[in-house]
Design a protein around this ligand. Structure first.
Ligand SMILES: [Mg+2]
Length: 414
């Protein structure tokens, strides 16, 4: 059990209704109206304001169902690029408070504050509050901040006081805080695990944290043990400043029609390939394994994969690989309604091992990289449709959005 107040200090920052709040920022005319943000295919709700939530709208709910519950709400198509810009701004502010910041999701981050009280000449709670106020002043977004001794406790603390709140749980106040939290409120414990714990009389997070180690181990295994230590103030996870490499990256979409024209499918595939390649260049990743997926008219999926001799982020190599795979999959009379490309074995660029049989590929890659980077810079500044590969032009681009979404450049993040 903890005896010191601050054996470590971690803040968890979580933006309130992030996507909906972003929309509200650029649409002041929507002030006071419930907002629901729709997924890219306009199929379901991906974010909503608190009033929409109160009306029973949940994330993942089909749009038609939400419209029945709340016809007066504003339904907007998601614009992830705009949310990304605001997210960058938010994380730039966090990095001003501590060099150690973990971007946990687009709108959630952990900040290691350990030992920074002297530097900021403030208590940990005051630093947390300064973060909350600064973000609001500089972006207009409200965030909830939890400050505690481990990341699990910090996350629970921010969750406990939403929106626009601050919760500080020092070592000495952990028990008091946990007594007011259900086991269901512990991140990583879902309804089923909470029900299991309930059978053994463990209802509050405090009861869970006081349960004997052996019982926790039997009930929830290693994950449970990790959480148990974290709730007892022993930091196990710390802050991960380097983003973990994704296991895979994919771009897939419906054709918007059924087609048995290979040229049209190739055009769509080329578009997906280009988007994937641009994302890999932007994030500095390479991949070595690519697979192409087709969804057929009877909703069956067919895929074909290829393992390259060398990891790549070279657009031409990816395009050629995708075309080769498409031809390998194609059968006469095939009817396709969706296609996509998936890259796996992702590695940071520059760490690619030279392939024995492709000695010149690395040089070509380095030589062309500035071109891809310039294209990516154009896309992020002027919009994704500013530049497209010529062989993707057969596909009809989705209708342009109504009106101007926002002006550029929006923010300069330093
Ligand atoms: Mg959030």
């Amino acid at each position: 059990m903890i005896i010191s107040d601050w054996p470590g200090a971690i803040a968890h920052i979580d933006a309130d209704c992030f996507f909906a709040a972003c929309e509200r920022l650029r649409r002041p005319d929507l002030a006071g109206r419930p907002i629901c943000v729709l997924s890219s295919q306009d199929a379901c709700i991906v974010a909503k304001t608190y009033d929409a939530k109160a009306a029973g709208i949940t994330t993942g709910m089909p749009v038609w169902e939400a419209r029945k519950l709340m016809p007066q709400a504003v339904y907007l198509q998601a614009d992830f690029r705009f949310y990304g810009l605001l997210s960058n701004k938010l994380f730039a502010i966090l990095r001003r408070f501590s060099p150690q910041v973990e971007a946990y999701s687009i709108d959630e981050g952990f900040v290691d504050l350990d030992g920074l009280r002297g530097y900021w000449r403030m208590g940990y709670g005051e630093i947390g509050d300064a973060i909350r106020r600064t973000i609001h002043q500089e972006t207009g977004l409200t965030v909830s901040v939890g400050v505690s001794v481990t990341r699990t406790l910090a996350k629970m603390a921010s969750e406990a006081n939403k929106p626009n709140g601050l919760s500080v749980v020092s070592g000495r106040h952990i028990a008091e805080f946990l007594s007011g939290q259900a086991t269901r409120d512990i991140p990583g414990i879902g309804a089923r695990r909470a029900a299991l714990l309930g059978k053994f009389g463990l209802h509050t997070a405090l009861e869970f944290s006081r349960a004997p180690e052996a019982q926790v181990q039997r009930l929830l295994g290693r994950t449970g043990m990790h959480l148990w230590h974290e709730l007892n103030g022993q930091s196990l996870f710390g802050i991960q400043t380097a983003p973990a490499l994704p296991g895979s990256m994919a771009r897939t979409a419906s054709l918007g029609e059924r087609s048995s024209d290979i040229r049209l499918v190739r055009s769509h595939l080329s578009h997906h390939c280009f988007r994937l390649g641009m994302d890999m260049v932007a994030r500095g990743y390479t991949a070595r394994h690519f697979s192409v997926m087709l969804r057929l008219g009877n909703f069956e999926h067919v895929t074909l994969a290829e393992h390259l001799p060398q990891a790549t982020q070279h657009l031409n190599i990816m395009q050629r690989t995708a075309t080769r795979l498409l031809h390998g999959l194609w059968r006469e009379g095939m009817v396709v309604n969706a296609c996509g490309i998936v890259a796996t074995q992702i590695a940071p660029a520059g760490h690619a091992q030279a392939g024995l049989f492709a000695p010149d590929a690395g040089d070509r890659e380095t030589a062309d990289l500035p071109l891809w980077q310039a294209m990516q810079a154009m896309r992020s500044r002027f919009g994704n449709s500013i530049i497209r590969p010529a062989n993707s032009l057969l596909r009809t681009a989705p209708p342009a959005r109504q009106g101007r979404r926002f002006g550029y450049p929006l923010f300069v993040c330093r």
